[in-house]
Design a protein around this ligand. Structure first.
Ligand code: CO
Length: 209
């Protein structure tokens, strides 16, 4: 019933540790944020952007949703990206997928998940496009991880089509878009080498997506 209290207690322990290591940390942070990175990740509780990158509060601007999707009509996501690029002037945007992603696995199943289908259908479009390639992977766990990596490439590609990102590229070659993959079983983050920072690169990327 009162399990939520462990979070408040945890906060007190955490802030004590941070203050011990760096007494000025919170007073400096209160002056404002200037994160250099925007992270678009999955809502999965096992993939928190700050912790897995060894970062502290203030370093990463974050948007998370089920299966780290970049949907062009998602006004919430677009507002986060716009604010990050125009006001915070972040130079790097990272789309991060992960192993054993429940959203990816659900989208690959041939059954309905009710209301969630409305979101999962974005992933299903990508899945069906890559069905031949994915059916060659017989292990179900490896197949869903392969799909999660394809999904990251697709979402980087989607990001590369966003109007104001293209406008920024014309002005100065930033932000750079990256696609990463996080392996839950060993805690390792991997760069999928699908980085893009120009419309020309985006067009090339579409050949492999
Ligand atoms: Co996930």
């Amino acid at each position: 019933m009162e399990s939520y209290k462990e979070l408040l207690e945890g906060n007190l322990r955490w802030l004590g540790d941070v203050k011990k290591a760096n007494p000025e940390f919170f007073s400096k942070l209160a002056l404002g944020q200037s994160p250099r990175f925007l992270w678009i990740g999955c809502s999965d509780s096992r993939v928190p952007a700050t912790e897995i990158t060894g970062s502290m509060p203030g370093s990463i601007f974050v948007h998370r949703n089920i299966a780290n999707l970049v949907v062009h009509s998602d006004i919430n996501l677009l507002s986060v990206i716009y604010y990050a690029v125009e006001y915070l002037k972040v130079k790097h945007i990272i789309v991060c997928g992960h192993s054993s992603c429940g959203g990816i696995q659900a989208a690959m199943e041939d059954r309905s998940f009710g209301f969630l289908d409305n979101w999962l259908n974005h992933i299903r479009d990508v899945y069906h496009y890559h069905l031949d390639e994915l059916q060659k992977v017989s292990d179900p766990e490896l197949r869903s991880d392969a799909m999660a990596m394809i999904n990251v490439r697709q979402q980087v590609w989607n990001l590369s089509k966003v109007s104001f990102i293209r406008q920024k590229w014309e002005e100065g070659g930033f932000p750079v878009l990256h696609g990463w993959f996080y392996q839950i079983k060993d805690g390792m983050l991997k760069d999928l080498n699908v980085s893009v920072h120009s419309a020309e690169e985006s067009d090339k990327l579409s050949l492999i997506v």
